[in-house]
Design a protein around this ligand. Structure first.
Ligand code: XBP
Ligand code: MG
Length: 259
C-alpha cells in the first residue's frame, strides 16, 4: 500500500486567491499604465482563466477580444512587455499583503514539515511570481522543488510541470498527493497519475473534478471546518497529514467519489 512521501501544491487559487485578487488586478494596472482602455472584470477573468499562463492568456484575449489591435512593436514583444509589467504589479500586491493565504495551507505545510512529508509546488505561473508568493506568504526553503512557468514547455492541463516535479523529487506519483483548485490543474495532476484533492474557489466551483479523491471548499482549520463536496473524509473536519495519507492509500476505484 503506498505511503505518503510528499505533498505537491498548485499555487494560484490553491495556496492563495491570487487569481481574482492578484493577477487580475495586476493585469488591469498594466493595461492602465500602457494607456489601454481594457479592463478585466471578475467575470471576464473567469472566462479567460480557461487558458493557463499569463502570456498565453494575453494572446488568447488579443486574438478573441481585440482582433483589430496590432501593436507597432509586434505582438510577441508587446505581450512580453505587458506581461512583465503585470508581474511587477502582481509582486507589489504580494509584498503589500493584499493576497492572503487560503485557510489551512500554512497549518498543513507546517504539519508536513514536522512529520517529514516532503513539499513541492507545481504551477503554470511564472518563476519570479511564484518565488515572490512563497517569500511573502510562506518560505521558499520549505519546498524541495519549485516547478513553475516555462520550466515545462506545455502548461496545465498538460502533465509536464507535475512530471518535472516528480522527476526532481525522484518519487513515484502514487506516494505523492497533489492539491489543486481547477479543472486544468486536476487534469494535469491525474495525467501524471497523482492522487489529487481539490479545494474549489469562486471561479472553479462548477468545474469537472472527476477523478479527485476529495473535493472540498477549503483545507479547513480546526475552528473552521471544510465543506465536503465529494469524497469520504471519515470524521475529519480539516485536511491534516492523516487525511492526506488516507487519500493516497485509498484504491483508485474507491477513490473516485465524483464518478
Ligand atoms: C494559474 C495560472 C497562471 C496565473 C498567472 O497557475 O493559470 O497563468 O494566472 O500566470 P496555477 P503568470 O493554478 O497552475 O498556479 O505568472 O504566467 O502570469
Ligand atoms: Mg490553480
Amino acid at each position: 500500500m503506498p505511503s505518503l512521501q510528499a505533498l505537491i501544491f498548485d499555487v494560484d487559487g490553491t495556496i492563495a486567491e491570487s487569481e481574482r485578487d492578484g493577477h487580475r488586478v495586476a493585469f488591469n494596472r498594466a493595461f492602465a499604465e500602457a494607456d489601454l482602455d481594457w479592463h478585466w472584470s471578475v467575470e471576464t477573468y473567469g472566462r479567460l482563466l480557461t487558458v493557463s499562463g499569463g502570456k498565453e492568456r494575453l494572446y488568447y484575449y488579443l486574438e478573441n477580444d481585440r482582433p483589430d489591435f496590432h501593436p507597432r512593436e509586434g505582438l510577441d514583444r508587446f505581450v512580453v512587455r505587458l506581461h512583465d509589467r503585470k508581474n511587477h504589479h502582481y509582486q507589489e500586491l504580494l509584498r503589500q499583503g493584499e493576497i492572503p493565504l487560503r485557510p489551512g495551507v500554512k497549518r498543513l505545510i507546517q504539519e508536513a514539515r514536522t512529520q517529514g512529508v516532503r513539499l513541492a509546488v507545481s504551477t503554470t505561473s511564472a518563476i519570479p511570481n511564484t518565488q515572490t508568493l512563497l517569500e511573502t506568504l510562506l518560505d521558499p526553503d520549505w519546498f524541495e522543488v519549485i516547478a513553475a512557468g516555462d520550466m515545462a514547455s506545455d502548461k496545465k492541463p498538460a502533465p509536464d510541470i507535475y512530471l518535472y516535479a516528480l522527476e526532481q523529487l525522484q518519487l513515484a506519483p502514487e506516494v505523492c498527493l497533489a492539491i489543486e483548485d481547477s479543472q486544468n490543474g486536476i487534469e494535469a495532476a491525474l495525467a501524471a497519475n497523482l492522487p489529487t484533492i481539490v479545494t474549489i474557489n469562486g471561479y472553479t466551483r462548477d468545474e469537472d473534478f472527476t477523478g479527485a479523491r476529495l473535493v472540498l471548499d477549503s483545507l479547513g482549520e480546526p475552528d473552521a471546518p471544510f465543506q465536503v463536496l465529494a469524497g469520504d473524509v471519515g470524521d475529519a473536519t480539516y485536511v491534516d497529514c492523516d487525511l492526506a495519507r488516507r487519500c493516497v492509500q485509498s484504491r483508485d476505484d474507491e477513490g473516485d467519489p465524483t464518478r
